[in-house]
Design a protein around this ligand. Structure first.
Ligand code: 26Q
Length: 826
């Protein structure tokens, strides 16, 4: 860390937010920052000038916030996440600092179209899906609520891959999002921490004869900070998201001098910088790759060094007070190595004794669980730890030793219990269970919806619930209304504000004031025409992109999320096929025209998910080109689901598909975004659907299928998908079409593996068991759609009753019940 220089004369510009000041800054930025002549400037040049103009107007608040944190040294929250799925920042930043309207006008007057400039920006797609987007929504809420907070993560050079569809198949392309630079980040060349790997541990006695540990002969990588300001909405608080990039340490250059092997030195330098190269695109099955574990330790180590450095900068702070100033939230187990790293820093470097260090550590940390699926629970081979985190391995063994002793005192003689809860899994190979490490090392662990938390207690964390009954708490997810309503749907936002004012933007529970308007015909009319205009925009987009014409007057039936068996996109396809059969064989009395829209990415190594994408495209090809369909059905797969695409799709949805097998979707957050934009939900009693239905009322929410208890019972009693196959001729008809290659005339066996999955292989996610209930619920939805007023009434009630699902409410709960942090106004 470099020494500061004191200056005599300094004052802020306090840049104006009026149209004239903005225009002045725009021409300054274009000339002096972008370095372009307006006569030869492109949309990208104007975007860059605009981004700088916006960014400059966040700096003073940002610095004031950081300065006030430094002066008052409040307790801070550190949100550690391998993922921040931010999306674009141009519009969000303008909205949050109150610049949007004057900025638009400034550009208008100059003859520039703000919509065109927005499209220039690449998404920061530094996340897979729900978990990453949740982290981004949380940052927005933390700033808006004036909570002293930092997001810590990795500055991946390549984010989530871009999905192209070629011949119906997913093809992945690298996301080189930084190619044209990133105007929102500030490289901090001086904020640089070494991160150690490998080497060995030596023990030595200190002056008092206590055994100490030195981790030596390591190879080091440097972590360099890149900071992005996160302004709150309507407040001065502007927090920091600090992302780490790997830089080779100088050692690599020295090696070159010492060994004279220039090429090798450069190769190794390169290899060490690979650490922050790419986001792993798996969202359920763990990759098991060494580089992934290295990424985890890399960002954890840098973040903890930074946190402790900040803590000890205040000379009044003593190590004993660490939990009074520091709360660290681990977003899933991905940063769970932080528990061992904190112990190492406290014991080996700060010479705390073990018991004190452990007390501090557990008071500081808390852990959020996002999944119950066994294949998603992270474990790492002990051998891998031995190789590059040898000291951490010792510490984990020590933690486990203390923990196991504690449990054996509580439950004497229960050896099976000890085996089950041990941080070390013994069979078939020795592995470290990261969820156990995170649980033992935290004072609170939380699920992300009430049902999910209850299932944690009764299933995968049942033993821990017995051992630490107070530890497991629920924090139902939420989404930020600034992005998912105000920005996604300016038209609906204006309509709402015209009736109830603007306070809903920071207090979403106020949407309840709309309830009486649900009965009002004029309001229903206005609401429906906003929806129609969003559907027209999406239709235009789809036609431009895919050449498919869709009719905005049809029911837009939307399923957008990662492609996974448990999310059951296949069930959606079975419905599409059934509907197609009913239409072409004239089995419908009064058909309702539908457009089924599906979007989402498959993990590149997930063969079944990729087959599902190909099937959707194959079925779409047949349905969309069969004249017998007579405009009553279209199926569209929209490529490359992303935050930006979500912002176009979600406001246009009439129906939201949340159809996971009960007990598998921890919460879901797309469900909240869609309902907030006036879509009705067809869903199972899973994740947050349960609480959404409770809020909006069962008459306004379409539930179908088995609940979690029924799922458990059916599986226990022996589920046989063939019973359903033989018991329902329409289901059999649809499945046989898969088996017989109806949708793959060029390769009739192509969809057989999917048929087999749902039949011979036991249909693990119980699609066939839920099929009949799903289809009949879809019929009820058709019936309701025929009555447009009634539909609008229910949709309005959904919007009015979504208040609970603001991430502001979620963050307030975390702040009070887990972090014990207070807001601090700047
Ligand atoms: C783990 C190890 C190695 C490589 C990758 C991963 C990995 C990465 C991302 C594992 C899981 C994820 C993401 C999980 C996720 O997005 N879960 C979702 O979290 C949402 C927010 O809580 C919930 O709403 C969803 O229900 C849940 O599926």
């Amino acid at each position: 860390m470099k020494k500061n220089i004191t200056v005599q004369k300094f004052k802020y510009s306090h840049l104006g937010k009026d149209v004239a000041s903005i225009q002045h800054s725009l021409s300054d930025s274009l000339t002096y920052t972008v370095g372009k002549d307006p006569r030869t400037s492109t949309a990208r040049d104007w975007f860059n000038a605009s981004a700088h103009t916006v960014r400059n107007r966040m700096m003073e608040n940002w610095m004031d916030t950081m300065r006030s944190y430094q002066r008052k040294d409040p307790k801070r929250v550190y949100y550690l996440s391998l993922e921040f799925l931010i999306g674009r920042l141009f519009t969000s930043s303008m909205i949050n600092v109150g610049l949007y309207e004057p900025f638009k006008q400034a550009l208008d007057e100059m003859g520039l179209d703000i919509e065109k400039l927005k499209e220039v920006e690449n998404d920061a797609a530094l996340g897979n899906g729900g978990l990453g987007r949740l982290a981004a929504c949380f940052l927005d809420s933390l700033s808006t609520l004036d909570i002293p907070a930092y997001g810590y993560g990795i500055r991946y050079e390549y984010g989530m891959f871009n999905q192209q569809i070629e011949n119906g198949y997913q093809v992945e392309h690298p996301d080189n999002w930084l190619r044209y630079g990133n105007p929102w980040e500030f490289p901090r060349g001086e904020i640089l921490f070494p991160v150690h790997f490998g080497g060995r541990v030596v023990e030595y006695p200190d002056e008092e004869g206590k055994i100490r540990h030195h981790w030596v002969d390591t190879s080091d990588v440097m972590a360099m900070a890149y900071d992005t300001p996160i302004p709150g909405y309507g407040t001065n608080t502007t927090n920091n998201m600090r992302l780490w990039a790997a830089k080779a340490s100088r050692d690599f250059e020295l090696q070159y001098f010492n060994e004279g092997n220039y090429i090798k030195a450069v190769e190794e330098k390169n290899a060490s910088e690979n650490l922050s190269k790419v986001l792993y695109p798996n969202d359920t099955t763990t990759s098991g790759k060494e580089l992934r574990l290295k990424q985890q330790y890399f960002f954890v180590s840098a973040s903890l060094q930074d946190i402790l450095h900040r803590f000890f900068r205040n000379p009044d702070n003593q190590v004993e007070n660490l939990p009074d100033k520091v709360a660290i939230q681990m977003n899933d187990t991905h940063p769970a190595i932080a528990v061992a790293e904190m112990m190492r820093l406290l014991v080996d470097l700060h010479h705390c004794d073990w018991d004190l260090a452990w007390k501090l550590t557990t008071r500081i940390f808390s852990y959020t669980n996002h999944t119950l699926l066994p294949e998603a629970l992270e474990t790492w081979p002990v051998a891998m730890f031995e190789r590059f985190l040898p000291r951490h391995l010792q510490i984990i063994y020590e933690i486990n030793h203390h923990f196991i002793r504690h449990v054996s005192h509580m439950f004497p003689g229960d050896m099976e219990l000890l085996k089950r809860v041990s941080i070390i899994q013994e069979e078939p190979e020795k592995r470290i269970r990261m969820a156990h490490l995170a649980t033992v090392g935290s004072h609170k662990i939380n699920g992300v919806a009430r049902l999910h938390t209850e299932l944690m207690k009764s299933t995968i964390f049942a033993d821990f619930y017995r051992i630490f009954p107070e530890k497991i708490v629920n924090m139902t997810n939420g989404v930020t209304p600034r992005l998912w309503l105000l920005q996604a749907n300016g038209e609906l936002s204006s309509l709402i504000s015209s009736k109830i004012g603007q306070d809903w933007i920071t207090d979403l529970s106020l949407l309840r004031k709309l309830e009486p308007l649900a009965e009002n015909a004029a309001f229903q009319q206005a609401f429906s025409s906003v929806k129609l205009s969003k559907k027209m925009l999406l239709a235009e987009c789809i036609e431009n992109q895919l050449g498919i014409k869709i009719d905005p007057s049809t029911l837009f039936d939307v399923q957008v999320k990662r492609i996974h068996e448990y999310k059951r996109q296949l069930l959606n396809v079975l419905h599409a096929i059934t509907r197609y059969n009913r239409i072409r064989h004239n089995r419908l009395e009064n058909p309702v025209a539908r457009t089924i829209i599906i979007s989402g990415k498959a993990a590149p190594g997930y063969a079944t998910a990729k087959r599902i994408i190909k099937l959707i495209n194959d079925v779409a090809e047949v349905i969309n080109n069969d004249p017998a369909v007579r405009g009553l059905l279209k199926l569209v797969f929209l490529p490359n689901y992303s935050v930006s695409n979500a912002l176009r799709i979600i406001p246009a949805a009439d129906l939201s598909e949340q159809i996971s097998t009960a007990g598998t979707e921890a919460s879901g957050t797309g469900n909240m975004k869609l309902a907030l934009n006036g879509a009705l939900t067809i869903g199972t009693l899973d994740g947050a659907n349960v609480e959404m239905r409770e809020e909006v009322g069962e008459d306004n929410f379409f539930i179908f299928g088995l609940n979690t208890d029924e799922v458990t019972t059916l599986r226990r009693d022996g589920y046989n998908p063939w019973d359903y196959y033989h018991g329902n001729w329409e289901l059999r008809e649809a499945l046989d079409m898969l088996r017989d290659g109806f949708f793959a005339p060029d390769d009739p066996t192509r969809h057989q593996p999917l048929f087999d999955l749902l039949t011979q292989q036991g249909d693990h996610y119980l699609l066939l068991a839920d099929y009949a209930s799903y289809i009949s619920t879809q019929e009820q939805i058709d019936a309701l759609y025929r009555n447009q007023q009634e539909w609008a009434r229910k949709a309005i009630l959904n919007v009015a009753r979504m208040g609970k699902f603001s991430s502001d409410r979620t963050i307030n709960e975390y702040a009070r019940q887990i972090w014990q942090v207070e807001p601090l106004k700047t």
